[in-house]
Design a protein around this ligand. Structure first.
Ligand SMILES: [Zn+2]
Length: 108
C-alpha cells in the first residue's frame, strides 16, 4: 500500500487558514495592511498582534466575506480597531497596490 510510504517530513504543521494568511501577507511585505508594522506568524489568536484576515470593505457594510479581493492581513488588534470603518482614501491606494502585487488587478 502506497499509503504507508507517504513521506510526512513536509506535512503541514499549520492549518489552511494560517497558510493562506501567510501567503497573502507576502504581498504586503509581511506587514500589517492597516498599521504597516511587521506581522509575526508565530503568534496565534487571541494574541492581539496575531495576524488575522481583515475584510477591506467591512462585512457589516456589505463587503463580501469569501472573495479574495476583500481579503487583506492585519494584526488582530488593528483589525478590531478598524471595526466597521470604511477604508480611507490612503487605504484604497494601498489596497490597489497590494492587489496588483497579488495579480488580482491589472492596470490595463
Ligand atoms: Zn497592525
Amino acid at each position: 500500500m502506497l499509503v504507508h510510504s507517504v513521506d510526512m517530513t513536509d506535512a503541514p504543521t499549520e492549518g489552511k487558514g494560517a497558510r493562506r494568511r501567510r501567503s497573502i501577507a507576502k504581498h504586503q511585505r509581511g506587514r500589517c495592511f492597516l498599521c504597516g508594522r511587521k506581522l509575526d506568524f508565530d503568534l496565534r489568536q487571541p494574541h492581539p498582534m496575531a495576524p488575522s484576515l481583515h475584510h477591506f470593505i467591512p462585512i457589516g457594510r456589505g463587503g463580501p466575506s469569501r472573495t479574495a479581493l476583500n481579503h487583506v492581513i492585519a494584526h488582530t488588534r488593528c483589525n478590531q480597531a478598524q471595526g466597521r470603518e470604511m477604508p480611507t482614501p490612503w487605504q484604497w491606494m494601498k489596497y490597489v497596490l497590494v492587489m496588483w502585487r497579488r495579480g488580482l488587478v491589472r492596470w490595463r
